[in-house]
Design a protein. Structure first.
Length: 365
């Protein structure tokens, strides 16, 4: 079977990571897999580094141009199923499918989001058979199934805990800490977490006078934003905070943490929670967030109330003072991920979606 994962965005996200993991996993199961994305950026580089068969595509221009470019690729590689993330990607690929008289489309909905189901989706479903993949059953149940769509599939996020075993942490001093004895919090951040990262900074400011050993590293593409740096400076944090940006060695950065704090959202937030737990790092996250859904509160980490700086500061101080408790949380987190959130289960569900989409009895005539 021939499957393609199409990712048109220029930035690396948790959604891109799902597609790369699935592409790698399905290829190992004997599928012929193509990963199509915008050329010259981090998505192409990371997918290639993971061993994917990457095809760089121009993803801009009028829809007809995009459709013809995709159609040529579908025809050349005899693609039967294509995975996408957005409504526009679904429309583009469905148009290409109709031109090529090929197969089906699977639209994956990022964790914690609700898919746009407008006129473009209706048109896409008339052009080619399509269906949706959600990360949880409640999210699937909350979206009425559009006419012509296949039954939804649920594929939660998952990781392979063995992939973290050989990681070597980045030295603390390379992450802004003043000594090898520092206590480091690594905060996973994206632009949608501005309100949450403000709580992180205010918490650090409360703790700083009594905890000179405490440092913060903020990881993520938007973490070098000047407004973020100005906020930290206004709180007197100075050199206590390192702004790391997007890094290829993000796992090694997480490995250096004594405590993880996830304010990133959607797939990125969910994956980072799983990464930290798989590495044996206790995790903090706001209640009601995607990151928080993967934690066992008080067992693998702690859920905090949004905006509660004093309460959060008390939690952080207690965790940093109790090495044995952090180790116990870390062990529980790794066990939870290995038991409940495996990469194999995620790939199994995406394989089910791929096989359903290739069913020729559902292809549009």
């Amino acid at each position: 079977m021939r499957v393609m994962f199409y990712y048109s965005a220029p930035v690396w996200t948790g959604g891109a990571r799902v597609f790369v993991a699935a592409a790698r996993g399905l290829a190992a199961r004997g599928y012929q897999v193509t990963f199509a994305c915008r050329g010259g950026g981090p998505v192409e580089a990371r997918a290639a580094a993971e061993g994917c068969d990457v095809v760089a595509l121009e993803t801009s221009g009028p829809i007809v141009s995009r459709g013809w470019r995709l159609q040529r690729l579908l025809t050349e590689r005899f693609i039967e199923t294509v995975f996408v993330h957005t409504e526009q990607e679904q429309l583009d690929v469905s148009l290409a499918m109709r031109i090529a008289a090929r197969g089906g489309v699977v639209r994956r909905v990022p964790a914690g989001t609700r898919p746009a189901v407008g006129r473009a989706t209706s048109v896409a479903l008339r052009l080619a058979t399509g269906g949706f993949v959600f990360t949880t059953q409640p999210e699937a149940d909350a979206v009425p199934r559009p006419a012509r769509a296949r039954d939804p599939v649920v594929a939660d996020l998952g990781v392979d805990v063995s992939r973290y075993d050989e990681l070597r942490a980045v030295p603390l001093v390379a992450l802004g800490a003043t000594s090898a004895d520092a206590k480091l919090i690594v905060c996973a951040y994206d632009a949608s977490g501005k309100a949450q990262v403000a709580t992180v900074l205010r918490t650090l400011a409360l703790l700083a006078p009594r905890h000179p050993e405490l440092h913060l590293a903020i990881l993520g593409a938007e973490s070098t934003d000047e407004d973020l740096k100005m906020h930290a400076a206004s709180l007197g944090l100075g050199r206590r905070v390192a702004y790391l940006g997007e890094r290829d060695d993000d796992f090694a950065v997480l490995q250096a943490a004594h405590l993880g704090w996830v304010v990133a959202t959607e797939d990125t937030g969910g994956f980072t929670s799983l990464d930290m737990m798989a590495m044996g790092i206790p995790v903090l996250a706001d209640r009601g967030t995607v990151a928080g859904r993967y934690l066992a509160d008080g067992i693998t980490g702690t859920l905090v109330n949004p905006g509660d700086t004093p309460g959060t500061a008390a939690v952080v101080a207690e965790l940093l003072a109790q090495d044995d408790r952090r180790r116990a949380m870390g062990s529980a987190g790794r066990a939870r991920v290995a038991r409940e959130y495996t990469e194999t289960a995620m790939i199994d569900a995406l394989q089910e979606a791929a096989d359903s989409a290739r069913d020729r009895t559902r292809w549009q005539a």
